[in-house]
Design a binder for this molecule. Sequence first.
Ligand SMILES: [Zn+2]
Ligand SMILES: [Zn+2]
Length: 109
Amino acid sequence: MKSQPLVGAAVFTAVMRAAGYRCQCAGECGNAHVKGEGRCLHEHDGYTSKHGRRVRLMAAPVDPLASDVAAARLPAGELRAWCPDCHTAAARRARAAVPAVDAPGLFDL
Ligand SMILES: [Zn+2]
Ligand SMILES: [Zn+2]
């Protein structure tokens, strides 16, 4: 039994099939993934290591800062497989890369 996806099951399956049920991070998280020759080795329902945690990949936008709501509207082709570790780290890096905004109220829409 595969774990519960964030996006619709059909989209999730399409993304995972395209990714070979393996995280598609190619270093966006800050880890060069040398062991995986540039790509994360985490596979869906695999383990981070022999005694590690269970890996639950998710289908999420290439842009790690996109919201879940935005992700739910995207077609499978716009999504990629991420393991939670990579997605969290990539989002942190992406957020840090956004230039600091001095103008107050910009986000008070
Ligand atoms: Zn990963
Ligand atoms: Zn990664």
